[in-house]
Write a protein that binds this ligand. Structure first.
Ligand code: KE4
Length: 430
């Protein structure tokens, strides 16, 4: 047994499935999950001392790579002055100010400790603001594990083929209506049925939890129009896309303004964080100003705020996103050429610093049905072969991949050389 295997067996003695989040258990690809000892830049090192080029980046937060010196220096400076006070601090005001400036749709913002907590709070807020109950979400989109969102959840749900979760009361699930991503007609049909009771539509502007599916032209603006027509709140879940696809998030990239934005991941620089923000009239319904209660012991934690602000300093540098996009484009184009050369069914998507790899005959992927055409068995073989080559991809055919600003030419070339060997071997077995 190697160290990861030994640790995994011990972990299962104390932690359900040996992991603190299901997708980490490698059940989507089989085999033993790697236990990670450290990360530096574009690399992680497992407990057996093997290094990997990392395309998970802790599922998105590490857009400037692992242990970036500027982030670490900022955290080291603040951590020795105390780690939490349960009282307001200057740093949370600074981060709030920065985000409000970078995302003009956000006039007021509340920090919490996870994306799930932010989604849960935003849904309660939308219901409190509109005095309505129904929420429209999209099948195979994932918004964390709050009860009302575990209805045709994507991410873990899609990977495990469990369209919803045990333990979610009927009385909760019945208020969640499920439409099809990129299909405005499916949303219109729901609005025509219960439009006057729809509190909000919640959407991932780029669907990053059914692999990586881009919004079709007019889809997001169509949701905006429907919400305006029916007086519902449009919630953009930008936990992944926030500061991943543009400095102003997907709402700037696609030029569609939501009423509430959910953030997480990058704004904490790898520390536990979440946030929800929006227009003043909506956000002023939140306690202590308004009747919608919401609270949190560690909300606005000064260490997380510091790491988040340092990360936003770095992503705000001139040319950050064009460089990120150009670097990833080389990888995506290279993989496409190699797959073609070896006759493998392959399609890839990219939005600036995030991407999706699909082993499908399809020449486009726009819906959940398209995503389900992938050859999962082929993906599993690809995943493990790339892992052997020292390339760490998301352990699921239904997750997005992420690049960081410190994935350089060396890492991209290393990945493409590994892919060439892997594609050649996969092709020989077909
Ligand atoms: P957290 O509660 O995991 O911080 O955020 C939930 C969440 C909300 N919204 C979106 C769009 C998300 O992608 C997520 C969480 N993303 C997953 C990865 N697909 C986190 C990884 C995991 O569950 O272990």
């Amino acid at each position: 047994m190697n160290h990861s295997e030994r640790l995994f067996s011990k972990a299962q003695r104390y932690i359900p499935g040996g992991v603190n989040s299901p997708v980490r258990a490698f059940r989507g690809v089989e085999g033993t999950p790697l236990f990670i000892r450290s990360g530096k830049g574009a690399y992680i090192t497992d407990v057996d001392g093997k290094h990997y080029v990392d395309y998970v980046g802790s599922w998105g937060p590490l857009i400037v790579g692992h242990a970036h010196p500027y982030v670490i220096k900022a955290v080291k400076k603040v951590i020795t002055s105390g780690v939490s006070f349960g009282a307001p601090t200057e740093i949370e005001v600074k981060l709030a100010e920065r985000i409000c400036h970078l995302m003009p749709s956000i006039e007021l913002i509340r920090f919490v400790n996870s994306g799930t907590e932010a989604v849960m709070s935003a849904i309660r807020l939308a219901r409190g603001y509109t005095c309505r109950q129904k929420i429209i979400k999209f099948s195979a989109c994932y918004h964390g594990h709050t009860d009302s969102m575990l209805v045709a959840a994507g991410s873990g749900g899609l990977t495990f083929g469990i369209p919803n979760s045990a333990g979610v009361p009927e009385s909760v699930a019945l208020h969640t209506l499920v439409a099809e991503y990129n299909c405005l007609d499916s949303v219109k049909a729901l609005f025509e049925k219960v439009g006057d009771d729809v509190a909000a539509v919640i959407v991932e502007p780029v669907a990053g939890n059914m692999n990586c599916v881009l919004p079709k032209a007019g889809f997001l603006s169509g949701l905006r129009k429907l919400c305006d027509t029916y007086g519902s709140v449009l919630i953009f879940d930008e936990v992944i896309t926030g500061f991943r696809v543009a400095l102003g998030g997907a709402q700037t990239y696609y030029d569609v303004k939501p009423d509430i934005t959910i953030l997480g991941k990058i704004i904490g620089g790898g520390f536990p964080v979440g946030a929800f923000g929006g227009t003043k009239d909506i956000m002023e319904c939140i306690a202590p100003l308004g009747p919608v209660y919401q609270a949190g012991t560690l909300s606005g934690n000064p260490v997380a705020m510091t790491a988040g602000l340092a990360t936003l300093d770095l992503v705000s540098e001139a040319g950050f996103y064009p460089r990120l996009e150009a670097r990833l484009q080389i990888l995506i184009n290279g993989l496409g050429e190699l797959a073609k050369q070896y006759g493998l069914p392959f399609f890839a998507t990219q939005v600036v610093g995030m991407f999706g790899l699909y082993f499908t005959e399809n020449d486009t992927v726009e819906t959940e049905a398209d995503v389900k055409t992938v050859d999962v068995a082929l993906f599993k073989r690809f995943f493990h072969a790339m892992l052997k080559e020292g390339i760490y991809l998301a352990p699921s055919a239904f997750e997005s991949g992420f690049i960081s600003s410190v994935h350089g030419e060396k890492e991209i070339n290393q990945t493409l050389q590994a892919a060439e060997r892997v594609f050649r071997s996969l092709a020989s077995m077909r």
